[in-house]
Design a protein around this ligand. Structure first.
Ligand SMILES: [Zn+2]
Length: 122
């Protein structure tokens, strides 16, 4: 019998959404502080803006607002978008930048995943 036997502290910490122990939880979460789970953040609560922008003589598609990507980490999300679109891209601070004009495709794809994505600007 440990110190916390019979108290609520003895129970394993479980996810408030899926009920699994946190080690098995695959719910979308914000990055938490070291050792602590982040806040759950569902795709529907992440308003995404997809914007066509000029970079010198090139057009790029900039995706902002995906705090918790479907793949869990931004690099994996960027890879899957690049594969899907057949183009190059890069991570900039807080945003994904894809080469070429893919605004409509990216908006449709993110909406299919449950993100309230919108095309922004021109
Ligand atoms: Zn969960």
């Amino acid at each position: 019998m440990g110190l916390f036997a019979g108290t609520p502290l003895e129970r394993p910490v479980t996810c408030e959404r899926c009920g699994n122990p946190l080690a098995d939880c695959r719910c979308p979460r914000e990055p938490g502080a070291a050792g602590s789970p982040g806040r759950i953040l569902l795709p529907k609560d992440q308003p995404v803006r997809v914007q066509r922008e000029r970079r010198r003589d090139k057009t790029v598609t900039v995706v902002r607002g995906v705090t918790v990507p479907p793949e869990g980490d931004p690099a994996a999300f960027l890879r899957s978008l690049k594969t899907r679109l057949g183009t190059g891209g890069t991570l900039t601070d807080g945003a994904l930048e894809l080469q070429g004009d893919h605004v409509a495709t990216v908006v449709a794809y993110l909406r299919s995943l449950g993100y309230p994505a919108k095309a922004a600007g021109g």
